[in-house]
Design a protein around this ligand. Structure first.
Ligand SMILES: C[N+](C)(C)CCCC[C@H](N)C(=O)O
Length: 264
């Protein structure tokens, strides 16, 4: 099984993430709050995504990575490989994403005299508190919604990337850097636009119980969110997600493609 894709996914995920983190935290201020934790975790998750995607595509088409642009796979195979990659990465991402969401929603000012101490002191403390108070399954709270969010939308991600690269590249050539950057950025936006409705619900499920409200599953969370805030609730964060998605995924795809070309 080719391992380069996993390593390239790892490095490119980390590079993309550094660029995207300020956008990710802008909602709660403190630009680089919690930076060290996602850098390690998302790099791992990205390597699973790109590793599973490339290897499934290889199994479906038997075209090695080096010949990908001269013998392009059909879009259906790209979509299936993307969905499978998204499915597997969702479960690797789940505990890390939960910790990130819990920490980013913790907006109390740090250690002011007389103010209550924040619930979590950092990622490790957040993880051990969840384990103690909610059990090991607590770390996977919201993982079903995360899987529903990521399976189809990562299929869309890879199909958009492939389609844009092919559209702007003459036949039998490798796409150039500008094409990879634009196609990667747009693929990120396409994926985030379609993922945003379930992203809103996923965050609420992950915060469930901590701030009072208790939902009876995904459907209940959707229905009561719409009842209380109207259908526009599903578009919360759409602009910021898209603004973040472009640079993050442009850099992710560029470094991924170049690392693989470099390794030959
Ligand atoms: C499927 N969903 C839209 C959620 C993510 C797709 C892009 C993945 C990338 N690591 C990023 O963070 O932008």
């Amino acid at each position: 099984m080719p391992a380069e894709e996993f390593v390239a996914g790892w490095v490119s995920g980390a590079l993309g993430l550094v660029l995207g983190h300020p956008f990710d935290t802008i909602k709660v201020l403190g630009f680089f709050k919690g930076m060290s934790f996602p850098i390690a975790s998302i790099a791992l998750v990205n390597s699973v995504l790109f590793g599973v995607y490339s290897n499934v595509l290889l199994a479906l088409t038997t075209t090695p990575h080096q010949e990908r642009w001269t013998h392009p796979p059909v879009y259906m195979d790209v979509f299936i490989a993307g969905c499978l990659g998204g499915f597997v990465q969702a479960y690797c991402l789940a505990p890390f994403d939960l910790i990130k969401v819990r920490l980013q929603n913790q907006t109390e000012p740090r250690a002011q005299l007389g103010s209550p101490r924040p619930r979590y002191r950092g990622p490790l403390h957040c993880m051990t508190s969840i384990l103690q108070n909610e059990g090991p399954q607590g770390l996977f709270r919201g993982s079903g919604t995360l899987m529903l969010r990521d399976t189809p939308t990562l299929g869309i991600y890879f199909v958009s990337y492939e389609w844009l690269c092919r559209y702007y590249t003459p036949k039998d050539q490798n796409p150039n850097s500008a094409t990879v950057l634009v196609a990667g950025g747009c693929a990120g936006i396409a994926s985030w636009v379609t993922a945003t409705p379930l992203d809103v619900i996923k965050c609420r499920m992950q915060m469930d119980g901590l701030k009072g409200r208790v939902y009876h599953g995904l459907l209940d969370c959707m229905v009561s969110s719409v009842q209380q805030e109207g259908p526009q609730v599903f578009f919360r964060g759409l602009i910021i997600n898209s603004a973040r998605a472009f640079p993050v995924n442009a850099v992710t795809f560029l470094s991924y493609e170049y690392l693989l070309r470099w390794w030959g």
